[in-house]
Ligand binder design. Structure first.
Ligand code: CA
Ligand code: CA
Length: 95
């Protein structure tokens, strides 16, 4: 899946707003249920470069999934921001 990088910072991170981040994550919601499952998150990580260990993904899911149902839903996407900035090569900017 080709992601067109719009803004790449000097350290190689992709800058996006929270809105863009949600939209970007939405592309990985392959079954369109509005939630990011563990599998979908793993695909997202792979799409972002693929050099990250599976357990990191699981860790990210576990820390972001505050109600522990195994899915990142719309309210929990905010929790993913930290993970994404560390492991997905993105930087969330506020406007
Ligand atoms: Ca889904
Ligand atoms: Ca959840």
């Amino acid at each position: 899946m080709a992601i067109k990088p719009k803004n790449i910072t000097t350290d190689g991170k992709r800058e996006m707003t929270m809105q863009e981040f949600r939209a970007w994550l939405g592309r990985f919601d392959t079954d369109k249920d509005g939630k990011i499952s563990r599998q979908e998150l793993s695909d997202a990580v792979r799409g972002a470069g693929g050099r990250f260990a599976w357990w990191k993904c699981r860790q990210g899911l576990r820390s972001a999934d505050s109600d522990g149902n195994g899915y990142i839903d719309a309210n929990e996407i905010n929790n993913l921001v930290d993970f994404a900035q560390k492991h997905l090569g993105v930087r969330i900017v506020n406007f």
